[in-house]
Design a protein around this ligand. Structure first.
Ligand code: 0L1
Ligand code: MG
Length: 267
């Protein structure tokens, strides 16, 4: 992947500072490719790696990773052709049933995901769905709150990757299960907003099987010279479409076999 780098070290740091400012102070910025039209996905990951380095240096702790853009519907909606990955820090986590502030986000949206907690190190290349299942301690239901920092949702894959896959907050809860005890491919999910069903789906929407998305994530990490550490919390990608939320909204995500995850949004 490093062969596809077009940005200089100075450009990477400059773009990282731009994204970090938008993330920390919640304002929208134009997509990065407006200024750097030749920017590649590898450039996006170089900016993301710099962002991770800065968050770690400022005291955040890496909890795990997320796969994004893992459903055909979402790829079509966003006009991209491959999934993405992003990092998850401890300070992005929010407790189940909590009130989540929207004033420190740009335009938050929620999506239902299956999360995996690993108990063995995973690395590629050629990491498979079975390797992931063999290294999974348990799975649990989760809601990701994504927040693209790009104005008017106008972006492309290099820009989204640099923005850490729009990662903002995540909530996990419900009931933890061993993967061998359930069929992870056919889990039904219903999302309610303010008591009304607003989205529904089945876990096969995520690359045919959520563990497939984790294998993809491990293979991308490996291309970047990294591995997925044992004990990681990993989100496998949205089963449902992303639904916008505003102060006053409450969300309940009901997962077959895994229970439900709730939260509400405040100013
Ligand atoms: O979690 C994800 O699927 C990443 C979505 C990135 C694009 C967006 O902000 O919708
Ligand atoms: Mg997601």
């Amino acid at each position: 992947m490093s062969l596809d780098l077009t940005l200089s070290r100075e450009d990477i740091v400059r773009l990282c500072e731009r994204v970090e400012g938008a993330q920390r102070r919640a304002y929208a910025i134009p997509k990065l490719t407006d200024e750097y039209p030749a920017m590649t996905i590898a450039d996006g990951y170089a900016v993301q790696a710099e962002l991770r380095r800065r968050y770690l240096a400022s005291g955040s702790r890496l909890v795990g990773w997320k796969a994004g853009l893992t459903s055909k519907a979402k790829m079509q909606q966003m006009g991209v052709h491959v999934p993405s990955i992003g990092f998850l820090m401890d300070d992005m986590w929010r407790p189940e049933n909590s009130a989540i502030k929207t004033s420190d986000m740009v335009h938050p949206r929620v999506e239902c995901e299956v999360a995996f907690v690993t108990n063995k190190t995973l690395k590629g290349p050629n990491c498979t769905r079975q390797d992931v299942l063999d290294a999974t301690d348990y799975v649990l239901p989760a809601v990701e709150i994504i927040d693209s920092r790009f104005s008017g949702f106008k972006f492309d894959l290099p820009s989204v990757v640099a923005d850490n896959g729009s990662s903002a907050r995540y909530v996990a809860g419900g009931r933890a299960r061993y993967p061998a005890d359930i069929d992870l491919r056919t889990l039904g999910v219903v999302m309610e907003k303010n008591g009304e069903i607003i989205a529904m789906g089945a876990s096969a929407a995520v690359l045919g099987h959520p563990a497939e998305a984790i294998a993809m994530l491990v293979n991308i990490l490996t291309e970047q010279g990294e591995e997925l550490a044992a004990g990681s919390f990993v989100m496998s990608g949205g089963i449902t479409e992303a639904i916008p939320v505003k102060p006053g909204d409450s969300i309940v995500a009901r997962f077959q076999e895994l229970g439900s995850v709730s939260m509400r949004f405040v100013e």
